[in-house]
Design a protein around this ligand. Sequence first.
Ligand code: UDX
Length: 452
Amino acid sequence: MKIAIIGSGYVGLVSGACFADFGHNVVCVDKDPAKIEALTAGRMPIFEPGLDTLVADNVRQGRLSFTTDLAAGVADADAVFIAVGTPSRRGDGFADLSFVFQAARDIAQALTRFTVVVTKSTVPVGTGDEVERIIRESRPAAEVAVVSNPEFLREGAAIADFKRPDRIVIGAEEARAAEVISELYRPLYLNQAPILVTSRRTAELTKYAANAFLATKITFINEMADLCEQVGADVQQVARGIGLDNRIGPKFLHAGPGYGGSCFPKDTLALVKTAQDAGSPVRLVETVVAVNDSRKRAMARKVILACGGSVRGKRIAVLGLTFKPNTDDMRDAPSLAIIAGLQDAGARVVAYDPEGMEQARPLLSGVEYAEDPYSCAEKADALVIVTEWNAFRALDLARLRAVMAAPVLVDLRNVYGAAEATRHGFHYLGVGGRRELPVAPQAVPAADAIDA
Ligand code: UDX
């Protein structure tokens, strides 16, 4: 089948490459000529494991191409996916749909035969109705169906998620449109991914409900972590203890510095606005948004506490800047609020991230960047793990301790345990563990004293 994807950002590019890999003929469209030129030359605008080779393979096989010419891409397509950005609108937090509606107008002009127009971007309930209205208004005779097919992929695991989804949701108002989209996913029938055909509005809301639920799950365990610290319990064991209940499930119960990224913060906020406008406020989600916002800053206070109550004039080493591992995405990353909090309290921050430093530079000021975890830790008064990159899972703790000015390890992702860190002479503070007393930072003894 022939597919055009409008918007070669994260979702558009991954979906385009994966559909091409299924054997479909895919044209990815973007209005940014520099992006299209880079993609045609095999350079990826984003970091996503496996994407470059998947794109290169499918370009070579002639199934995937890139263009700025929307009309040419749309003209003979069976399905046109709208995968443009829906950022939070400044001021009111509602999703900014101007790119979606512009795409709808452009697509309308280019239609030549029955085409299914699909919203893949996360869009508020009712957007599909508006897209259909825009298309019919500009081309009353167009043979078109507008469908919602939300994407549930995670950054860093996007290709695997696309190819082995838990489910596919197709929100369509007419059967023939649902059939076209089901057909696109036929290769997944082998994996027995359930296909859920719903009304358009139901599909749109399902996406928001999924993200809001996951954000709630994380926020719930984060609050349990705080409580654990106060009452002397261990949140990792609590998470295991509740997660083994099939009704709860073990995933998304890792306590940490709060959720970030391109989806959860934006989508929870958009759902809150939609629900308020509909006269049916989602108070639980409103609270999740507020709790998560304040949590990021609270993590800076945790570091200050670990440093004996003050970081003024101290050198704080931060490992991990991106909102999660395996991405270079800095959008709404907890590190931004944590670093700002530390700087406000007078700390000098030195940071290292395997992929995120380039994206971080324009967002942070006064931060020194290191080349690896060990040079980052040099002369530091505390080391803070903010993102659980694999590269931080097997650090040589003795070596780190030897180069630091004071042996304080604040592990906001519970990568290490208190026992292991303490064995190497660290004062350790994780998330949701036994409450540690504030420690007085101490000078590191000479290396031979550590070995003894
Ligand atoms: C999310 C959804 O998972 C995906 O289905 C949707 O399409 C887009 O939004 P993504 O933003 O890529 O995907 O990241 P995800 O892996 O879900 O993590 C989101 C945030 O939650 C990260 O900051 C992560 O560190 C945090 N998180 C996740 C936790 O703090 N604890 C957890 O147990 C899980």
